[in-house]
Design a protein around this ligand. Structure first.
Ligand SMILES: Nc1ncnc2c1ncn2[C@@H]1O[C@H](COP(=O)(O)OP(=O)(O)OP(=O)(O)O)[C@@H](O)[C@H]1O
Ligand SMILES: [Mg+2]
Length: 203
């Protein structure tokens, strides 16, 4: 299995589906697996997301060993590391991610939470921990890169079994850009990060 992880809007679907095509694999998303197999215990209307049935989910994802699987939640995959060939982490400049998510018409707090998660690199940090456990982890910046070029680069890195990291937006962004972004995030509002795990996006 190749896992394509990243904050919503960072380009998992665009890049992941192309990686699957290049490798002649099938592509799916964790959210779709949850919905298709009914692996949820409830629906969180505020987050517009289903609450995953974790125990059933970790049993089910093993059957997707030959797939490229998109997720913004890595935890379930940590239970099947032996089945994972590589983790790809899509990254996007938070200023651009803000624009991408605003185009989706999401609730402001949900936009803020996800931009903040990308700013501090929540998913990337989780993925990097897997390198020590023998899983190659490839970070790819989709901010400006063409999705086809990104997919080719990813396939090349996976083929060579090498890892690639570590994008740090806090050091990439200029002081005034960071100031603008933090002001924007606080005006949009958002819940603490720890309240956000274990959910699958609806739709
Ligand atoms: N490499 C890229 N180059 C240019 N634009 C991109 C790129 N990747 C993504 N985008 C833009 O970002 C949007 C979101 O991409 P995509 O749907 O692939 O993200 P995602 O991570 O799968 O999001 P979700 O978690 O909600 O499924 C796309 O509609 C596209 O406009
Ligand atoms: Mg997607």
């Amino acid at each position: 299995m190749i896992v394509v992880a990243g904050v919503p809007g960072t380009g998992k679907s665009l890049v992941g589906s192309r990686v699957a095509r290049l490798l002649l694999r099938r592509f799916t998303t964790l959210s779709w697996i949850v919905l298709e197999k009914g692996l949820w215990t409830g629906y969180d209307a505020d987050r517009r997301s289903f609450i995953a049935d974790y125990d059933r989910l970790v049993r089910e994802i093993r059957y997707y060993q030959d797939y490229v699987v998109e997720t913004h939640w890595l935890e379930p995959f940590e239970t099947i590391l032996d089945a994972i060939e590589a983790v790809v982490v899509t990254r996007c400049n938070p200023l651009v991610l803000l624009e991408r998510l605003q185009r989706r018409g999401w609730p402001p707090a949900k936009i803020a939470e996800n931009v903040e998660a990308e700013l501090v690199g929540v998913v990337a940090a989780e993925a990097r921990r897997l390198v020590d456990k023998g899983v190659p982890v490839v970070e790819i910046d989709t901010t400006q890169m063409d999705p086809d070029d990104a997919a080719k680069l990813v396939v090349d890195m996976i083929g060579r079994g090498v890892s690639r990291c570590c994008i740090d937006w806090l050091s990439v962004l200029e002081g005034d850009e960071l100031g603008f972004l933090l002001e924007k995030l606080s005006s949009l509002g958002g819940a603490p990060l720890h309240e956000r795990r274990g959910s699958a996006e609806a739709g």
